[in-house]
Structure formats: C-alpha cells, structure tokens
Design a protein around this ligand. Sequence first.
Ligand SMILES: Cc1cc2nc3c(=O)[nH]c(=O)nc-3n(C[C@H](O)[C@H](O)[C@H](O)COP(=O)(O)OP(=O)(O)OC[C@H]3O[C@@H](n4cnc5c(N)ncnc54)[C@H](O)[C@@H]3O)c2cc1C
Ligand code: SF4
Length: 517
Amino acid sequence: MTTGVWILGDRLDEQQSALAACADRRTTTPVIAIESLGFLRDRPYHGQKLVLVWSAMRHFVAELRSRGWPAQWREGEDFESVLRPWIAEAGIDRLLVMAPTDRPFLRYLLDLQKRLPCALEILPCNHFMWSEAEVLDWLRDRKRPLLEDFYRAGRRRWGILMDGDGPKATPTGDRWNFDADNRKPPKSGLKPPPPLTFEPDAITQAVIDKVNQLPDRGIQPWGDVTPFHWAVTRSQAVAVLENFIEQRLRDFGPYQDAMVTGQDTLWHALLSPYLNLGLLRPAEVVQAIAAAHRDRGDLPLASVEGCIRQILGWREYMRGLYLHLSGPADAPTAYDQSNWFDHQRLLPDFFWTGDTPCNCLRQTLTQVRKTAYGHHIQRLMILGNFATIAGIQPQAVESWFHSAFIDGYDWVMQTNVLGMGLFADGGRLATKPYAASANYINRMGDYCKACPYDPKQRTGPNACPFNFFYWDFLIRHEERLRSQGRMALVLKHLDKFTDADRAAIADHAETWWAHQA
Ligand SMILES: Cc1cc2nc3c(=O)[nH]c(=O)nc-3n(C[C@H](O)[C@H](O)[C@H](O)COP(=O)(O)OP(=O)(O)OC[C@H]3O[C@@H](n4cnc5c(N)ncnc54)[C@H](O)[C@@H]3O)c2cc1C
Ligand code: SF4
C-alpha cells in the first residue's frame, strides 16, 4: 500500500496533519504540491499574492526534499488533471490531504473524493489554536457569542498573559483589555521602523517571470507584481516575527488605528500572509510575544495585550465564526450571500484604478495596488466604511478584497468583509456597523490635509463624500438600524434634520455618483 500526501498552497508546514501522519516513513512517501491555473480565471488576483503563494510552495517543496521527502511541485490547469497521472506514476492507493479551511475548496475535495482512482482522506486541520470541533462546540453553546468571551477563554486555556494557574488565574495587569490605552491619533513626524523585506532569490524570480507571462495564457492578474519583498520561507517568516517583536511591538498599541500618508505599515505586524500560509503557527507567535513581554521588561502591556488579542482573539474567532455560520461542509452556505441592507450599487472602477479625488481612498487604493497590503484601519474605516455608507453590493466588495489582498482567503474574507466591514450579515458578527463620517478619518489620520474635499462640510460644493454618504446611509436605513441598540445615540441626531436637510444629503449622494459615470 502506497500513501501519498497532497500539500495545498496554504498548508506549508511540516507539522501539518497529512505530513505528520507520514513523518515516520518520509523517505518513501510521495508528496505533491500543485500550481493550478484554473482558479485564476475566476477573478484577477493580485500578482504579488500569486508570487507569494507559488514561491512559498516551491520553497517548501525544496525544504521537504532537503529533509528526505520525495516531494515535487507541478503545474496544471486544474488539480485533478495533475493528480491523476501522478497517482498512477507513484502507484498511490491512499492520498492524504489536510482539510482546507475554505468551504468552497472543501466541497471541491468532497466531490473529488468520489472521482479519484485512489482513496482521498481529508485529515483535520491543525493550523489554528482551537481545533474545528472545539471552536464549533464553543460557539454552538452560546446564544450571542462575543469576541471578548472567546478571547478570555483562549487566554485562560493557554495561560497567555495570566498570573497564577488554574481557575484562580487572573489576567496580567488585572485587566483583560487595554484598548483604552491604545488607538491614539498619530502625532506629526511619526517614524515607524521600516519593515523587514527580502530580495527575490532565483526561485522567486522564476515565479515572478511566470506571473508576468500569465497574460499570454489568457490570465490577467491585478496590481504591481514588482517590487516584491515578501518573505517566502519559514525561516524568513520567523525573521519577520522576530523583527516585529524587536522593533515594532513596543508601539503597536498606541498607533494601531492611525493612518499616515506614505506610512503603509506603521507598527503593524505584517504577519497575516505567513500565518495564513502555514509558514508561522499562531501558537508560536502568541507565545513568542508573551515571552518577550515576560523576559524583556520594556514592552508595554497595552501593546502586547493588544497584539495578542488580534491573533489569539480575532483571528481564531473569525475562523470559528466562518465555520459556524457556513453550516455543514457538504451544503452550500447562505452566509456568503448576506446583504442585510440590500445594497446594490456596482463596485466603482476606482477600486481598481485608485482614480478618485477622495485622498483617503486614493492613498489606500494606490497602496494596495502597489503592495497588496493595507492595514486594518485602512481596510475597515476607509474601504469597508466607504462601501457600507455608499451602498455598494457586498459580494462585489468581498470579491474585490479577495482579489486585492496578499492575505485574502475565503475563511478570513467572509466574516471580515461581509460581517465586520459591511455589516451585511445584519449583526451576526458585529454589534453595530463600522460606519463613520470624515470626522473619524480626519481625527485618526492625515489624509484630509491634502484632499480637495472639506472634512467639516456635510453639504455644499466641497462637502466630503464620507459626510453626505454617512448621513444618507443613516437616513436610508433609519428604521432598520433602530433594531441595533448601539445605534440609538447616533440616530438621535437625525431628529434634528429637516426635510430640506435630508433632501440635500440625498441629492449630494446621487450627484456624486452621477459624476463618477
Ligand atoms: C474589510 C476587512 C478585510 C480583511 N481581510 C483580511 C484578509 O483577507 N486576510 C487576513 O488575514 N485578515 C484580514 N482582515 C483582518 C486584518 O485587517 C488583517 O489580518 C491585518 O490587517 C493583517 O495585517 P498585519 O499582519 O499587519 O496585522 P496586525 O494589525 O499587525 O495584526 C496582527 C495579526 O492579527 C491577526 N488579525 C487581526 N485582526 C484580524 C481579523 N479581524 N481577522 C483575522 N485576523 C486578524 C492577523 O493574523 C494579523 O497578522 C480584514 C479586515 C477587514 C476589516
Ligand atoms: S476630506 Fe473626506 S474624502 Fe477627503 S481625505 Fe478626508 S475623509 Fe477622505
């Protein structure tokens, strides 16, 4: 009986369950990784995302070979047309694959299981701290799951930033949450440390060449393929983690929500591409950050806690909710079609071109085109916020995010874009929409200083679109939003609006779109 292992592009870890199951016979276990072109025909992925995933796969295969595994990568139009001849050549009777987190791909595998000429065994995913069964149990038991409860359960379970042991353990610093000490507006002259970057080696350069030639094969990626500076191996990803802890973690908290022109990353960790590919394990990241806090003594608890909350809290929670809200693996999900506000406006072209006078949007969209990265507040309070208040169709927005970002996968996009970013799920994830006027953007960043619009004007010739869209959004959905308790205070402002105010706001919104055509 010959057992083979199929490595999916985001399972690049020797400890992943399919490889781990064969570790004691590694030299005789055929291993394959496949670069499939077919899925690139569904949407234009960012060129740097393609380079990252394929280069990381090729490097991973090379690492496995150096450790004795007979591993190889192959390219094909689709997975099946590569798997079939390989299974025959290697005489494989049993093929192991670690389950993908993305539901559409899991459904594809369940279907493929029926067709392949050998047994296809889908092993549980071990790329998150909570197993799938554990996180689903936790969520199923709660009427109204909350990130805060989930996060505290994780802190207790793994003893992260806890003093003492067992049920009597208390959170370090006697508080679970230091958000109040974080999230400061940026001061002028902020100088974040430059991110750790890498020059392409021969493997990466070969992938860059392949991506540049995709148009000849009828595939048109989006965004700038070069300069490409992302890490593509586990050792480089570990270096990014160490660099983050050494140089960026101290100020991560205070400027977590800041937006500064020309400062693409500020003090953010830049770890999501590597966590999502399996090059870094979430437990090692969380433990390294907690250990640095314990051992170094100069890292503010607010920054450390704020960062651990993102990974042990938000990241695990979003993946759990995705699984929970998607329902059974073998049935189509309804969550991805969520559109609570019934927003139907087409995605404007400037999401692809960056060509808009709104400076906050232009800066963010241009940055994403150049780097495939935007930090959380750019994603949430510029892009998601604009799409929400301007009424853009949620599935078009989700699809754009999926195309544009280096770290985008179905499991992390559905809940982040539809749930957190757009409130398209009507509050299954967030307790109120992240909708804001220019006031927030002006307070938390410097984009407004170089914008032709006036962030203080709601109507009038220079009125900021974030202002009239914000109020237009509240007016259009007033009734619906009244069901969301946390919106009561903000909706009270509408009581002061005259019919003429309301009409002027609606007119500004309509006229703005007419000028985009
Ligand atoms: C509209 C929208 C779209 C998003 N799309 C993605 C996406 O495609 N892929 C992705 O990994 N994250 C996504 N996020 C979450 C978050 O914005 C990114 O994880 C983060 O910006 C990645 O950059 P960083 O590593 O510098 O993160 P930091 O800000 O330094 O945070 C540290 C780590 O925390 C984790 N994290 C923080 N918040 C979240 C979250 N809400 N969900 C999941 N992980 C989180 C990430 O692993 C991240 O690397 C999205 C958020 C929003 C609002
Ligand atoms: S004025 Fe409005 S459009 Fe311009 S940068 Fe500020 S928030 Fe964005």
